[in-house]
Design a protein around this ligand. Sequence first.
Ligand code: DOR
Ligand code: ZN
Length: 348
Amino acid sequence: MTDRLIIRRPDDWHVHLRDGALLADTVAHTARQFARAIVMPNLSPPVSTTAEVEAYRARIIAARPAGSDFTPLMVLYLTDATDPDDVAAGFASGVLAACKLYPANATTNSAHGVTDVRNIYPVLERMQAIGMPFLVHGEVTDPAVDIFDREAVFIEQVLTPTLRDFPALKAVFEHITTRDAAEFVVAAGANVGATITPHHLMINRNAIFAGGIRPHAYCLPVAKREVHRLALRKAATSGSEKFFLGTDTAPHLVQAKESACGCAGIFNAPHALEAYATVFAEENALDKFEAFASEHGPNFYGLPLNSGRVVLERVRELVPERLPLGDGEIVPWLAGETIGWRFSGVTD
Ligand code: DOR
Ligand code: ZN
């Protein structure tokens, strides 16, 4: 049995760092394990122009712990009014790594999102031409569609026609939660990839209702049936270049989660690598872990692999019930549970 796992330093291809009082702590948690991260732009108000993205990037860099070389990879929030010239200039200057589609009202701070994907067709045309990644929150928002079907319906009604119209568009189907999405990505061209979170690999929808309502297991897209979790585990551990690590770490302070209308989001940054390693070990696929965590993402984005290594040890570790975050407290993913791995640092 391997007692130490040493892999190339990984990146997190889907992170919510928030802003203001939370920023120093969120950046520290992510930068402790990851060299780079794709930073989601759903602040309030959203980060929807290159100038706003540049200012947000400066705040993140200023919030890094002393000595940290963490690199935020920045994302512009698409709206019905996004200017293709602004996007192209932001990508050319290196400020922007990607643009994100939030269907309007699909999730946290998405009220300014896109009301109809056809409204951003001029932007997608330009992104396809310049090879700029298009990141997708893949859920329809029609309240008549059952919440557990929203990803599958999105594939049929939005993603399939959009990629038919832009067949060379580099697209990342973010935080996939269904067998349908995994199969869609496998069948698509090499220009289509997907991130998979640790929580969607670990829980199915029963976890949200286990003995009572469990707000800390609630995120969007919501966890689905067991058959879908098993398909995600198979995809993540398959070795396919199309699937890569993206935690969707999304902090909400404890009062915002434990409420009559609790926010969607799971804060998994403190033990993200340990959680993924648990899944890969359970699947007897530790030999595929490094590629998923540290190679497929950079290869998809056309970025160099990181130098340096991180070390994980196979020891039992108790995840704290709560952690301080900004001026408040947060309940981390796997709070109160004992996990079988411990991240023990970065080495050369
Ligand atoms: O659970 C989620 N939380 N899903 C999202 O899409 C957004 C995120 C957040 O920003 O809180
Ligand atoms: Zn997210």
